[in-house]
Design a protein around this ligand. Structure first.
Ligand SMILES: Cc1ncc(COP(=O)(O)O)c(C=O)c1O
Length: 281
């Protein structure tokens, strides 16, 4: 990607500088929209089917129309080609479209945006802090991948203010939920644990793939509710997301954790092998 980014908006490719979304777009006004971020390996979006399924679930959850998957695939391929991107992150955003200036959505078609950027290099380990604000596991958008990420923006800024690089949310019951852009796994007393859907976490595509790899590798996983204090017992911690894959954590709050631990090392190798053998697992 040498020059300015080329994006796809509502059916047309253009330079990002020339692309136009209405100032009255409900996504812009109130965060009414859903999105997906996919990792692209060697020009091919990874786990396309799973991401499209989740996009449809998120759109359903907000009462938005899901765009035609074939149109989206054409848009994704066109954007990757126009930007000459092979190792990339690809974002699909669907919003409520032009609307009145309040919470009520207008009757316009959704706005659909497909954009891509070079893949981001993540540090080999992350430092995580638990933020003082809860995730609402009973909220209307719990578990949906909406574009209303202002809470995540605030939480990540809090993490940076506290010398960390990712922020972890507990939910209103004080159970572990998720981080701002990733799911969390811990190993404690030889058990791998990750919060369940009832925690309010987004059901990450990578989380699901890791759970399947654990089955293949005979690694027992406990997805029961994880009370906040269980973090204090963690011998190993890692994050998962489409762009991070499996990323070890070396500290939670002031507590150092050995990283990378043996479980994340094993799973990271298995994940790399999965990517190499199946672009759409
Ligand atoms: C809040 C949140 N949780 C979890 C994840 C991980 O999801 P996935 O593995 O599908 O990328 C993300 C990804 O961006 C996220 O934003």
């Amino acid at each position: 990607m040498a020059g300015e980014a080329i994006v796809w908006v509502d059916g047309a490719l253009s330079a990002a500088r020339d692309a136009r979304v209405s100032p009255l777009d409900h996504g812009l006004l109130v965060g009414d929209g859903v999105f997906e971020t996919l990792r692209v390996y060697q020009g091919t979006p990874f786990a396309w089917r799973r991401h499209l399924e989740r996009l449809a679930q998120s759109a359903d959850g907000l009462g938005l129309e899901t765009p035609d998957p074939e149109m989206l695939r054409g848009a994704a391929d066109a954007v990757l080609q126009a930007n000459a991107l092979e190792e990339a992150r690809l974002r699909i955003t669907v919003t409520g479209g032009p609307s009145p200036l309040g919470s009520e959505r207008g009757s316009s078609e959704p706005t659909v945006i497909v954009a891509a950027a070079p893949a981001r290099e993540w540090p080999p380990t992350e430092r995580v802090v638990v933020v003082p604000w809860p995730r609402n596991e009973r909220g209307a958008i719990a578990g949906l991948k909406t574009i209303s990420y202002a809470e995540n923006v605030r939480a990540l800024a809090y993490a940076h203010e506290h010398g960390a690089t990712e922020a972890l949310f507990l939910n209103t019951r004080g159970d572990v939920c998720e981080a701002t852009g990733s799911n969390v796994f811990i190993v404690s007393r030889d058990r791998l644990r990750t919060p369940p859907p009832e925690s309010g976490c987004l059901l990450g595509v990578t989380r699901a793939l890791v759970l399947e790899l654990c089955e293949e590798l005979d690694i027992a996983v406990d997805t029961a509710v994880m009370p906040g204090p269980s973090l204090l017992e963690a011998d190993e911690v890692f994050l998962t997301s489409s762009t991070r894959e499996i990323q070890p954590v070396d500290a939670i709050d002031d507590r150092e954790v050995p990283a990378p631990g043996p479980v994340s090392t094993k799973l990271a190798a298995a994940f790399t092998a999965l990517v190499a053998r199946d672009p759409d697992p």
